[in-house]
Design a binder for this molecule. Structure first.
Ligand SMILES: [Zn+2]
Length: 257
């Protein structure tokens, strides 16, 4: 058992850090109404069949899978979701020049919607906001493709006729090496590595904690469930993310503990 901490325990650590690198996962967006797919109550945990729909080879091979997935994309809660207090607090930290990078496993674009700078957000699992052609690489804003679902069930690339997919990383697809390299660099350079709402169970992203620790960063973990890195963290906070992250941001911005 790792002892859990209170936000005030890391107040001086955060206020003294010139650069903070943040890694966020699904838990940051659940308060915005976006379900956690992989967590204990996750959609894919409870229905492994749903996960199969996001296997890259199946998607490319089967038009019926693509038709079903396009409908799911249209109904994705990300289109209605608004940033919550945690997204806002991290955007405030960015505006104050305190973030080295905001690495996220989320595909919902809510960090940018809260005002975080586009080039500070590293979307290691891609984004639902953009569609990519698997043939020619053309990128299109997703809403423009979703509009076509009125007439078509598997909208193809308008330039080349290729199969299209949201610009997210499916099972069986590699992470974008440029984004991953930038995340590794940011993990190495931050004085504090703050993770929020991720179980740190999926590599290579979880390995960013090792990169940070190996480079002397202090690790702060905010997550409801235990993670494999709790024992090496300076502090582990289990309270609700949309309450804890704003408190941590306040301390980082100089509020007294
Ligand atoms: Zn194309």
């Amino acid at each position: 058992m790792t002892a859990t901490s209170r936000p005030a325990d890391v107040a001086s650590l955060l206020s003294g850090a010139d650069s903070i690198t943040v890694l966020t996962g699904a838990g940051v967006s659940t308060d915005s109404g976006i379900p956690d797919f992989r967590g204990p109550q996750g959609v894919w945990t409870k229905d492994p069949g749903a996960a199969a729909l996001f296997d890259f080879d199946t998607y490319m091979a089967d038009v019926n899978v693509r038709r079903r997935v396009w409908q799911m994309r249209r109904e994705n809660p990300a289109w209605q979701a608004r940033p919550n207090a945690a997204h806002q607090a991290l955007a405030d930290l960015d505006a104050a020049g305190r973030l080295r990078a905001l690495i996220t496993q989320n595909i919902d674009g809510l960090h940018q919607a809260a005002g975080a700078a586009e080039d500070r957000v590293l979307e290691v699992h891609g984004t639902i906001k953009r569609v990519a052609c698997m043939e020619c690489g053309a990128r299109t804003p997703t809403p423009r493709v979703l509009e076509r679902l009125e007439e078509e069930s598997d909208p193809r690339c308008l330039a080349c006729g290729g199969i299209q997919k949201t610009d997210t990383v499916s099972f069986g697809q590699r992470l974008d090496p440029r984004v991953l390299d930038a995340a590794v660099e940011a993990a190495a350079e931050g004085e504090v590595f703050l993770t929020a709402g991720t179980s740190l169970g999926v590599h290579p992203v979880a390995g960013l904690c090792d990169v940070a620790l190996d480079n002397g960063a202090s690790l702060v973990i905010v997550n409801a469930e235990p993670t494999p890195y709790d024992g090496r963290a300076e502090a582990v906070l289990r309270d609700p993310i949309s309450e804890v992250v704003p408190k941590l941001a306040e301390y980082a911005l100089g509020a007294q503990a």
